[in-house]
Design a protein around this ligand. Sequence first.
Ligand code: C2O
Length: 535
Amino acid sequence: SKIRHYNFTVVIKNFTRLCASKPLVTVNGKFPGPTLYAREDDTVLVRLVNNVPYNITIHWHGIRQLRTGWSDGPAYVTQCPVQTGETYTYNFNITGQRGTLLWHAHITWLRATVHGAIVILPKRGVPYPFPKPDHEKTIILGEWWKSDVDAVMNQWTQTGLPPNVSDAHTINGYTGLVPNCSTSTGYTLHVEPGKTYLLRIINAALNEDLFFKIAKHEFTVVEVDACYVKPFKTDTVYIAPGQTTNVLLTADQKAGKYLMAISPFMDTIVAVDNQTATSTVQYKNTDAYTTTILTTLPAVNATPATNSFIESLRSLNSAKYPALVPLDIDHSLLFVVGVGVNNCSTCVNGSRVVAGINNVTFVMPTTSLLQAHYYNISGVFTTDFPGKPVTPYNYTGNNSLTNIQITNGTKVYPLEYNSTVQVVIQGNSVIAPESHPIHLHGFNFFVVGKGIANFDPVNDPKKFNLVDPVERNTLNVPTAGWTAIRFRADNPGVWFLHCHLEVHTTWGLKMAFLVGNGKGPNESIIAPPKDLPTC
Ligand code: C2O
């Protein structure tokens, strides 16, 4: 294994999209940012230099950070932000992981433009468990706002009204054709007939689940969230913010141009950016004036398409890549997640939208949880995060707001080192039933079950898949339904769990697990690095 050095300098640069130019916060002047390449078991050092007038941190989404929580990145969870003019070096090993992940800013809404791919190749000489592709391409899906993204976020804190949706989607930074504005077709994937391409697809959007499709072509899905899956074929990929999906694409059609496009999924239409972002798959030796062959994407509320995609995902579970699903459970938790409202005298209409888990809206502390834990600083958090709803109710029924009397708190749920955890994440329908992409830092988990309506603790566990459930780091809670996950708490530190729809995170749909040290020699969190920022 090798040591890989990267320099990430955060700078402002102007970009033009949707007929207007605006300054973006970027890493190294790139949108999307640079790709971080490594191999399994390498050590990565990223020197972050902050040259913008905002505080920043970077999260390596899906990297386990075994014992190195100091490099995980969420602001006020594992570190204080890196201030303007300051530098911090993230230093971590990629132990036992290979595949596609993403890195992104983890403070305010800066990840709208501060994000990029992480590509981890298998160890030298170790093949993929699927036919070797001829080429590999990274496809990053994102969103574009005409206004300043910070202003969009502040809309909530200042007015109490939900913020605007984005003005367009992007594929590798481009919107594609925009009527009366841009005639550029955006990103082009050039292909050679007969060749196979590994597409590393990343949803880096802030607030929208997406469908991804290429006209007349089928994909073979081989990996999600840097975990191999049993290969299956589909013509549409469903991918939520924070998720990554690797597919094989064979250029098996006749020469020509084929539309590659994304569109949003939202089963209960609250507010959605309906713009389809387009790009092109172009075969070698295609005449420049050839018309592009089009395709139709699923409808914005095509819930069955999302379910069939998710239900097709299974761990590869081979001798080489076994699915080590915990069978005995030490902590069995039920997290009811959703959006609600809080009364607020200073807000427009006297109330504001909030979100929570088990009726707790998580309030960010002013120093990092991990520093408070490590140095035993009291008064920063409490360890009484409820493992079950305090007052159970009919979560997916027609409920009144009294069921979501939301309280504020900075509460963590403590776990002993190496204990096993099951979390059933239940969506509520109190204001609006919505799907939630829930991300857990520091671990991969197994998705052992899912269902609609309320979780039945007696009968539903009998149907759990404990043999080859998909392993990942960001799950999908279906609208007005539930998803069950299992993991082993073998990573000491403080680990954030939150909805990866940034609007829900901002509203408080987040919490943290605190995993204690083990007794063995390599079971404690390492000492904090010397340059760790202070608050
Ligand atoms: Cu990709 Cu805590 O996020």
